[in-house]
Design a binder for this molecule. Structure first.
Ligand SMILES: C[S@@+](CC[C@H](N)C(=O)[O-])C[C@H]1O[C@@H](n2cnc3c(N)ncnc32)[C@H](O)[C@@H]1O
Length: 227
């Protein structure tokens, strides 16, 4: 496994009209890691499907997509994006309730959770609507990935796209803390640093994604030996 690579921070499609927050993982990232960690015919899962990048790239590569998304309009968009062949692949609901849904076993899960900055006070797992705190957020992330573990095939991989954050001069070690929460259920195999290149990459300082967003991580986990 290469532990450092550079990719173009390029969204291959425009953010659909009516949406403001571009929380998407660039397709190049998803394509790279799905090629490394899955085979044609494998089921690829994303419990935080967002605008469906993981699921769309999975379908493009001949994998079987499956996912969950909380936001109604994003879920509808994903179903449209996947087309009739995969319209049943997306569940509209909360990843905190994975055990309640009829989801297939997966061979590879590639996901990016909703991010939180310590001290933020709102709940990322309700798309920043309710109240929360950083400790509760990390407990909920641990809870989601414990349920993800129950859906994993024995030799499944889990890949988590996450970054540390800096806001108002304070660093939130989100990548480290998410890694700890996920490692309660999966075996951590290491991180890949993804350096972002190209004109579209978010501002390095003071941008909405803050410090460090000239790079991201892919945290790599295995189901085998986890939990
Ligand atoms: C970082 S974004 C994922 C973006 C995705 N990788 C893409 O490329 O479009 C996280 C997503 O998780 C969703 N989300 C937040 N809370 C959730 C929950 N409880 N269950 C499922 N999805 C949730 C958000 O609505 C958001 O779309």
């Amino acid at each position: 496994m290469n532990t450092f690579l550079t990719l173009d921070y390029e969204q291959e499609t425009d953010l659909p009209s009516g949406f403001v927050d571009d929380v998407r993982t660039p397709e190049a990232y998803v394509r790279h890691f799905l090629r490394e960690h899955s085979e044609p015919g494998d089921t690829v899962f994303d419990p935080f499907a967002g605008f469906g990048t993981t699921l769309a790239v999975a379908a493009e590569l001949g994998r079987v997509p499956a996912g969950v998304e909380y936001e109604t309009d994003r879920a509808e968009f994903v179903r449209d994006r996947l087309g009739s062949e995969h319209s049943e692949s997306l569940v509209h609901g909360s990843a905190l309730d994975l055990a309640d849904f009829d989801l297939p076993a997966f061979d590879c899960c590639l996901t990016s959770p909703p991010y939180m900055v310590a001290g933020m006070g709102v709940d990322p797992l309700e798309n920043y609507a309710g109240e929360s705190d950083y400790g509760r957020y990390l407990d909920q992330i641990g809870d989601v990935f414990a349920q993800v573990r129950d859906l994993a095939a024995p030799d499944a991989s889990l890949l988590v796209d996450v970054s540390n954050m800096k806001h108002d001069g304070e660093v939130t070690t989100l990548a480290w803390d998410v890694a700890d929460a996920v490692a309660e259920s999966f075996r951590f195999e290491g991180e890949v640093v993804v350096g972002w290149e190209g004109e579209e990459q978010p501002e390095r300082d003071g941008g909405s994604y803050g410090y460090g967003y000239d790079h991201s991580y892919c945290l790599v986990f295995a189901a085998e030996g986890g939990g």
